[in-house]
Design a protein around this ligand. Sequence first.
Ligand SMILES: [Zn+2]
Length: 315
Amino acid sequence: MLKLIYIVGHERSGSTFLDILLGSHPEITSVGELCTFYRYGVVAEKRCSCGEKVVDCSFWNEVKRNFLQRTGKDYFIKQIKIQDYFEGKYNLPGWLFGSIFLDKKLKRYLDVACSLYQAIADVSGKQIIVDSSKSRLRAYWISGLARRKKVDIYVIHLIRDGRGVVWSHKKLYKNLREKGVNKLGFMVKEATWFVTLRWLRVNILSDIVSRIYADNRVIYMRYEDLVQNPIQEIERILKAVGLDASPIKTMLLENSPLSPTHVIGGNGIRMSQGIVLKPDYEWKGEMPDTAKKLFWGMAGWYAKKHGYKNFYMQP
Ligand SMILES: [Zn+2]
């Protein structure tokens, strides 16, 4: 059976790096945020990590052809709608009552999601796929594929110290502003309180959604452990999916640069060739004390549960 490694968690937590690192194993194909496929497949300007536009990339065109052969019709636009229906943020009624009242629609959603995973497996020639969409709702709904024994799904909940996430967002919006992108709403989106609340919401929902999968299918991982002990952490994942870790181990020991193949969506690092592991702890020195204190006041109770310490309590 086809195996899927699905990453959930907050953005800026290292998921694109983990996705690409796993994809460097000869038996795994990493595709990035697959939830963007339907959109990027029709939007001309979006680029794949190979450098081509997604609409021109030979890999994704082959996947699209294979996918359309399976689904039988040109479902692209329809599929965007059905995916939005199930994975859209505000579809709470769908989330609560979906499996009871939406049987036909849900079956269609699952069939098409399954066809896409199978098309990727066919084209890449690999039976293990990494999808780093991160969406909790997607993780929730595709669990139907695991229940129906169509895809064997492993969920990784990747969490990073929220202060690192807050600081990474501040830098992201600063860079965007410097590039001349100045959308209204950045002020709120980069505010410490806003990112902190979102970090709490996303991680608590990731905890909840992980519980619907069997224990041996859920891997909890901290960004800090991944960057400090990458071999040990990657071994945990590969052992769970039944793969030998030595190809990735060798790469990490030699510090070989990683080259993503056809990754769509996700952090901008996917566009670079020759990615090396570079732990990012800049927030410790650069983040203002007031922001650190605000984060800890709001989210310290949850951060502590995940082994994070109040910066000011450390000797
Ligand atoms: Zn490509």
